[in-house]
Design a protein. Structure first.
Length: 409
């Protein structure tokens, strides 16, 4: 049965906007006094509310009272929210001025999260993950990418990916899993980088394929993780197995983005260290540049050069990097709004980076804009002016969130 929702003071469908390069706010199409018609979880039409109401008298009707602005649901294309434990000790040391290496030597860092996540059973991990998913969903994030990477050995990595699969059956949000077994060489592995990646390739990835746990593989290219040469071999092997590939690139040093582009990665994520050469490479590729302002805020470091990436011609997505160490806040809208003020990204560019451009980073073509045939993942903000959403810097939250799955019950 068809369902009509409205009237909305404004609807921003985010259609007709370019996938790459800078955007202008005057390119935003705004439907005033609009409605959205939905059937089987998909959008049938978006138009003037009174017109839709007259033409669909038999449709189920959900009335929206008061001023509201309707947007596509946000897509968070980079998170690490499947974890156990806290890294509050790390953060306290960081704001005392301790370095990453000093924190790691004191027992903190990624390995601390690996230890705590390995110790957690599947039920506990599922419960923790679902709490974070539901918080994100209430903030308008309807699609959430979630990485493993706190297991770093076959059974623990499989546990994380199985937990994500289980959680996806218990939420109305869309969960997209990614294997990040190549997060770092675990401390309890006695071999080299190359030997660890070979172990992951031969021991873990075939099981993931067999169980259909994910079609995405990620790797962290950095001095503290994996070098460009070993990463290239691993990514090419994963791609030959049929995985989409993505890369943690250019966070502290440059190398990762070039590997991502050469390997045909769907995205290169982080980019805080990217310079003009890397920006040009990304702009001339089909690899999505994913910036993670949450990590910049959590680590107290510079933002990725988002303005230069857009002006150079890149496809720019914005994600939270929600994780227990460097980006514990997990508020995607607030992070994007604060970064937009620093990097001078306009409203159209921020909304594009949180929706259809972020969907491209996940190879998803069925969400991110409001148009017939797209998933009915939508969110409504209690305001009469869409500009308030960024103006309030994340404090204005959606009053109602709908997903295709919730509307298809």
């Amino acid at each position: 049965m068809k369902k009509l929702i409205g009237p909305f003071t404004q609807i921003l469908p985010l259609t007709g906007l370019a996938m790459k390069s800078a955007l202008r706010d005057d390119g935003l199409h705004v439907i005033h006094n609009g409605g959205i018609l939905i059937e089987n979880g998909l959008i049938v039409n978006i138009d003037n509310f009174e017109k839709l109401y007259r033409e669909n008298l038999s449709a189920e009707f959900e009335e929206i009272k008061g001023d509201h602005v309707l947007l596509p649901g946000f897509v968070d294309c980079h998170t690490h929210i499947c974890f156990a434990g806290s890294r509050a000790k790390d953060y306290a040391m960081r704001i005392q001025g301790k370095t990453y290496l000093e924190i790691a030597k004191a027992g903190g860092g990624i390995w601390d999260s690996v230890t705590q996540t390995r110790q957690a059973d599947e039920a506990t991990l599922t419960d923790l993950l679902l709490r974070r998913v539901e918080r994100h969903l209430s903030g308008g994030v309807t699609t959430i990418e979630i990485k493993s990477g706190y297991g770093l050995e076959t059974q623990s990595e499989l546990k994380q990916l199985r937990v994500i699969a289980e959680a996806s059956t218990k939420t109305k949000a869309s969960l997209i899993s990614t294997c990040l077994a190549a997060h770092m060489v675990p401390k309890d592995f006695s071999g080299t980088q190359a030997e660890y990646l070979s172990y992951v390739f031969h021991d873990l990835l075939p099981v993931i394929k067999h169980e259909n746990l994910t079609n995405r593989v990620d790797i962290f290219i950095e001095e503290s993780a994996f070098n460009a040469e070993n990463a290239t071999i691993y990514l090419n092997r994963a791609k030959q197995m049929g995985f989409d590939i993505t890369v943690h690139a250019d966070q502290f040093s440059t190398d990762g983005s070039a590997v991502a582009i050469k390997s045909g990665a769907v995205s290169a994520d982080h980019l805080e260290a990217s310079k003009d050469a890397e920006i040009k490479l990304l702009a001339n590729s089909e690899t999505v540049a994913v910036v993670l302002p949450g990590a910049s805020l959590g680590l107290g470091m510079q933002y990725a050069p988002a303005r230069k990436l857009l002006d150079g011609g890149a496809c720019l997505a914005i994600a939270s990097d929600w994780n227990p160490g460097s980006a514990p806040m997990g508020d995607l809208l607030m992070q994007a709004a604060v970064m937009s003020a620093a990097e001078k990204l306009n409203t159209a560019e921020v909304f594009a980076g949180l929706t259809y451009r972020a969907a491209k980073a996940l190879n998803l073509t069925d969400r991110g804009t409001l148009a017939p045939g797209m998933r009915a993942d939508v969110q409504a903000y209690p305001t009469n002016d869409y500009r308030d959403i960024l103006y309030m810097q994340g404090k204005l939250k959606p009053a109602k969130v709908w997903t295709a799955d919730s509307l298809n019950d």
